[in-house]
Design a protein around this ligand. Structure first.
Ligand SMILES: C[S@@+](CC[C@H](N)C(=O)[O-])C[C@H]1O[C@@H](n2cnc3c(N)ncnc32)[C@H](O)[C@@H]1O
Length: 396
């Protein structure tokens, strides 16, 4: 079901970056990754790669104990209150017990997700020598894991449908408009989705028959998309409790322990399409072949750049003459405020200028597409994005 383009190992300027590749034959597989600022010896790179891989596995493994600690803290604070106040909250401790059970369940799913990670790499073995004992994960990594759990809601649950309608459907509609299936063979149209997250947009595009490749670099996302795309074949066979980490802004206590079932579709329903693939790694490093894609579709992606001008340049280079770039998303620059990280923050106005200076022709543009991102529909606090949405063409 999946194809794979194997790449050479390259470096990328971020502590968080990763690169890997998916392999055909039904399962995503992942190659080596590397991500360090300075050039290092191959041995050093190898060591860092392994460390990073095991750091993420470790984060998955110690999720449960992390959440238990958080719940224990809430319990300690409750018990520190005067008895008279405790008595006013007769359900407080049973609510915490419910959260503990949900955390245990989430941990079981996370364990399933990472169970076969060591053998999902096609050009690298991550044997677990010396990495058996879980150690506490950093708050940073744990936050990423919690976000990944919410990403299951966005991409593969019934609850995420309305979010997908506003984020993914407009992109799909433009693809259908620019490459109408009655005027072309969709399998001849090559579409790249960089920063594919858990892969739903790429999967949907492939479901329409287009040749689609999703690309992603985060191990959190890669392990999880591997699980959905390769291990899930029954609708709603699994559940997660994505909101248990949210202790504020709950209207009812039970809202915190609402389960979300996934996948809402059978990912294996994709008709046999040898042209659907997932690649793993840094978009800028993998995609260097010029004039090779009919369409690049970016959703909530371009603001992940250190230097957004580099992304624009890469997209310009890899698009075929006449090809289109469809973008929907905000400009929430990911490296803003991160010490020692390059972060070029452009307004949309300035970004558009850059895009036009490359030679792109703006074919369609909407400046205020209201969307959410992994929103908790039950929460008292919700973030909205007024996204930019455009189609830009690289002239013939
Ligand atoms: C905000 S998320 C959006 C995910 C998905 N497109 C969606 O709309 O749900 C951005 C994604 O881009 C990925 N990403 C960031 N930089 C990347 C890079 N240089 N190459 C590939 N993926 C990258 C991140 O790991 C993350 O999964």
């Amino acid at each position: 079901m999946f194809t794979h383009s194997r790449g050479q190992r390259r470096r990328r300027d971020s502590e968080e970056s990763e690169r890997n590749h998916a392999e055909p034959g039904g399962d995503l597989e992942f190659g080596s990754y590397t991500a360090r600022r300075q050039r290092k010896s191959p041995e050093e790179e190898e060591r860092l790669e392994r460390e990073h891989f095991w750091k993420i596995i470790n984060t998955f493994t110690c999720y449960g104990s992390h959440i238990h600690e958080r719940v224990n803290r809430a319990e300690r604070q409750f018990l520190s209150l005067p008895k008279s106040q405790q008595n006013m909250m007769p359900n407080f401790q049973s609510n915490l017990d419910r959260i503990r059970k949900c955390a245990d369940h989430n941990q079981e799913i996370l364990q399933l997700i990472v169970n076969d990670c060591t053998c999902m790499f096609e050009n690298k073995e991550y044997s677990n020598n010396g990495h058996n004992k879980p150690t506490p994960a950093s708050t940073f990594d744990m936050d990423k894991l919690k976000s990944t759990i919410k990403q299951f809601v966005r991409d593969w649950s019934e609850e995420g449908k309305s979010e997908r309608e506003v984020c993914y459907q407009p992109i799909i509609n433009e693809i259908l408009k620019y490459f109408p299936k009655d005027k072309c063979d969709p399998s001849d149209i090559t579409i790249l989705v960089p920063g594919a997250g858990l892969g739903r947009l790429a999967w949907e595009i492939a479901m329409h028959g287009y040749s689609c490749q999703g690309n992603e670099w985060s191990f959190f996302m890669l392990f999880s998309s591997n699980f959905v795309l390769n291990r899930c074949s029954e609708i709603n066979a699994f559940k997660l409790y994505p909101w248990i980490h949210q202790f504020s802004n709950n209207v009812r206590s039970v809202d915190q322990v609402q389960p979300v079932y996934f996948p809402d579709v059978n990912p294996h329903d994709l008709p046999f399409n040898p042209n659907f693939s997932m690649t793993a790694g840094d978009f800028q490093e993998i995609y260097t072949d010029k004039n090779s894609w009919d369409c690049v579709a970016t959703c909530f992606f371009i603001d992940t750049a250190h230097n957004i001008l580099d992304y624009v340049e890469t997209i310009w280079n890899i698009l075929k003459p006449g090809g289109i770039w469809i973008n929907l998303g905000p400009l929430l620059y990911h490296f803003e405020n991160l010490a020692n990280e390059l972060s070029i923050e452009l307004s949309y106005e300035d970004l558009k200028n850059v895009i036009l200076q490359h030679g792109f022709l703006m074919e369609m543009e909407r400046e205020s597409v209201r969307t959410t991102y992994t929103v908790n529909p039950l929460s008292m606090m919700k973030y909205f994005f007024d996204c930019v949405f455009f189609v830009a063409r690289k002239p013939e």
